[in-house]
Write a protein that binds this ligand. Structure first.
Ligand SMILES: NC(=O)c1ccc[n+]([C@@H]2O[C@H](COP(=O)([O-])OP(=O)(O)OC[C@H]3O[C@@H](n4cnc5c(N)ncnc54)[C@H](O)[C@@H]3O)[C@@H](O)[C@H]2O)c1
Length: 308
């Protein structure tokens, strides 16, 4: 398939691009490099340095592709609280620009990067796709709910195939967000540099960590599907954050002190996925156990710190 990946120079988009190329798809990456890196775009992919805001160019960039995997967005929750308009513009409005241009360019399929955040505070665990969407405590979450709604509307209006992937907590090599607000890269960096581990809630909250290579494979798994479909993409295992810290200590072979940061507003106490729907539809399942994924991520951060 000829696939255009928005945000393909980012953490997850570059992994998705690599898997697409391995599976012999023809890939174009569209990224404005506001947060991504040219060096992360795998060799073999066409690269367009461009912005989704560019309504005039979008149809020309899109023409000739069979599908779009739409990952370009701003992801930093705290910044979304202080700059809601920036998030509404880049995450929602630019997604609508993309959908409109796809429709005009005759691209009939989108895979959209959504998030488990759309469920808010879940009523039941594990979370199923049929569970209700929750109230959002920040504009980032609101941008994911809104964009899901626009993607679904394009399915209704123009019969666009719309595969919505709700990621749980991705982690792995190449996570280079600045600032980094995610737990695993911050823990690993602190452990390698022998600094205290910054920990909220005493590490008692529970998350479902999904290794980035597993997550990337979910995108190619759904490419052949039709219609409007929603899928949770998780490992189906809830892990306490303190247990992740213990595993990282085990991988590096020593412990560093814990910096207890107390409670943090807006954090949901526990989330983990029921992912049997995507398994039944495509055969996809998470394969990399947390311990192996952490070891691979520690290796990658070590190499990076040595080479800096
Ligand atoms: N990382 C997570 O924990 C997580 C969890 C759930 C969902 N997601 C979603 O997955 C997607 C990818 O996340 P990531 O962690 O790889 O983030 P990332 O910041 O590493 O990648 C996003 C990429 O999009 C590009 N981009 C942003 N705005 C753009 C624009 N207007 N035009 C062109 N390119 C633009 C950036 O330069 C960057 O390369 C996002 O949509 C995010 O909301 C991420």
């Amino acid at each position: 398939m000829r696939v255009l990946v928005t945000g393909g120079a980012g953490f997850i988009g570059s992994a998705v691009t690599r898997v697409l190329l391995e599976e012999h798809h023809d890939v174009t990456v569209l990224d404005n490099l506001s947060k991504g890196f040219r060096t992360l775009v795998p060799e073999g992919a066409r690269f367009i340095e461009g912005d989704l805001r560019n309504e005039a160019q979008l149809p020309a960039w899109l023409r000739g592709h069979d599908a779009v995997i739409h990952m370009a967005a701003f992801i930093e929750v705290a910044r979304s609280v202080t700059e809601p308009l920036v998030f509404a513009e880049n995450n929602i409005i630019n997604s609508v620009r993309l959908l409109q241009a796809m429709q005009r360019a005759g691209v009939g399929k989108i895979v959209f990067s959504s998030s488990a955040t759309v469920y808010g505070t879940p009523q039941n665990l594990p979370i199923r796709e049929t569970d209700p969407l929750g109230v959002q405590s920040n504009p980032y979450g609101a941008s994911k709910v809104s964009t899901e709604a626009f993607v679904a509307t394009y399915n209704q209006l123009y019969d666009m195939d719309a595969l919505i992937l709700r990621y749980f907590n991705p982690y792995g090599p190449n996570e280079l967000h600045e600032p980094e607000t995610h737990a695993i890269p911050n823990f690993i960096r602190a452990a390698i540099e022998k600094r205290p581990i910054p920990l909220y809630w005493g590490g008692e909250i529970v998350r479902d960590f999904i290794f980035v290579d597993d997550l990337a494979r979910a995108h190619t798994a759904v490419l052949g599907l039709r219609g409007l479909q929603y899928f949770n993409v998780g490992s189906e295992t809830g892990t306490k954050i303190i247990d992740v810290v213990r595993e990282i200590f085990d991988v590096v072979g020593y412990e560093t002190p814990i910096d207890n940061l107390g409670e943090r507003a807006g954090d949901v106490p526990a989330t983990y996925a029921w992912s049997e729907k995507i398994a039944a539809a495509t055969g996809w399942r998470a394969q990399v156990p947390l311990r192996d994924g952490l070891a691979r991520t520690v290796d990658w951060f070590r190499q990076r710190l040595i080479n800096q």
